[in-house]
Design a binder for this molecule. Sequence first.
Ligand SMILES: NC(=O)C1=CN([C@@H]2O[C@H](COP(=O)(O)OP(=O)(O)OC[C@H]3O[C@@H](n4cnc5c(N)ncnc54)[C@H](OP(=O)(O)O)[C@@H]3O)[C@@H](O)[C@H]2O)C=CC1
Ligand SMILES: O=C(CO)COP(=O)(O)O
Length: 345
Amino acid sequence: MFPMGKMMNKSIKIGVIGAGSWGTALAILLAKKGYLVNLWGHNDSHVSRLSKDRENRKYLPGIIFPQSLHPESELDPCIDGADTVVMVVPSHSYRTVFQKIIPLLSDNQRIVTAVKGIENDTLMTMTQVMEQELACFSGVQNIGLGVLSGPSFAEEVAREIPTAVTLGFKDIEMAKEVQKIFGTEYFRVYASSDMVGLEISAALKNIIAIATGVCDGLGYGLNTRAALITRGLAEITRLGTALKADVATFSGLSGMGDLILTCTGNLSRNRNVGLKLGSGKSIEQVKSEMNMVAEGIKTTKSVYDLAAKMGIEMPILEQVYNIIYRNKNCSEAVKDLLNRELKVE
Ligand SMILES: NC(=O)C1=CN([C@@H]2O[C@H](COP(=O)(O)OP(=O)(O)OC[C@H]3O[C@@H](n4cnc5c(N)ncnc54)[C@H](OP(=O)(O)O)[C@@H]3O)[C@@H](O)[C@H]2O)C=CC1
Ligand SMILES: O=C(CO)COP(=O)(O)O
């Protein structure tokens, strides 16, 4: 028998939708397993460069594509005949891209979202967006929707650094099946059926990472960081359980795991947004300096609206919202967070 990472799977075809850092890292991981992987990017000239360079120099430099990875600018070849489609476009473009994919789907295909965000206005997670769009289309049946989440910097996965993540489907048996598709010797995948818990924890950790970055940017210490991670997890859990997530998910890889990684790891784009805000830059300056997505910026607005709608108290989120959307001074935000009425833990 082949060890997990060395299985040859030429007959299995996977479509990866989104040629940024995470889409590219996942496409590389899957192609190394021997799957035929088509990686879709929305920008024709970027896709041409990927094909020519056999490397994503913009988002994941230094990692050469395996032979079975094919950059694609058309969606059709990525979806047609794919065993599993992996969605990795930023959350603000997710619905538009998914609407183009729906007519290309066949019965019984599986779609896994690896995106960590919540849509503005609808306040939906990415699987909720997919469910809503699929409900409007009668041409396809039995599409399995999954979520891949957990502490996983693209660059480290691409360099085969040991990593553990969680894959969720409502049907745990399907999660266990797809778990084998993603798993390798260096990428350990746990199965779950808690879709809400996985998607809420994945999206909300980005907000707490911004908060932690702000405090590090202000020059505060490790006590502050630990307090934010712990109380951030309490906020995430409060909202998640109100949405019927399983409380255990929040102490797992997608919850505490990704929170630790993103709040403390300097590869995090969200943490870096916070660091810059804390060091005195405006949100406009920070955004203009970014060439990658930091989902936490938009998700802060979605979660602010969601928490207000549901009547959930989320003080850290509220201060991140004030900093980003109301230009509040970062030190004032921290002071106001500390000086709220006293509570019982
Ligand atoms: N990077 C990571 O370590 C991880 C990221 N994630 C999640 O993966 C998702 C994608 O992030 P990531 O790959 O890192 O982002 P990047 O910033 O690295 O890349 C974003 C990609 O999306 C493309 N894009 C932008 N707008 C659109 C659009 N309207 N339609 C289609 N594609 C578009 C960009 O193309 P262009 O170059 O033309 O702008 C680019 O290829 C996010 O939700 C993130 O939270 C999850 C785990 C790890
Ligand atoms: O989600 C991530 C790692 O698990 C990546 O975080 P950033 O988007 O903050 O870089």
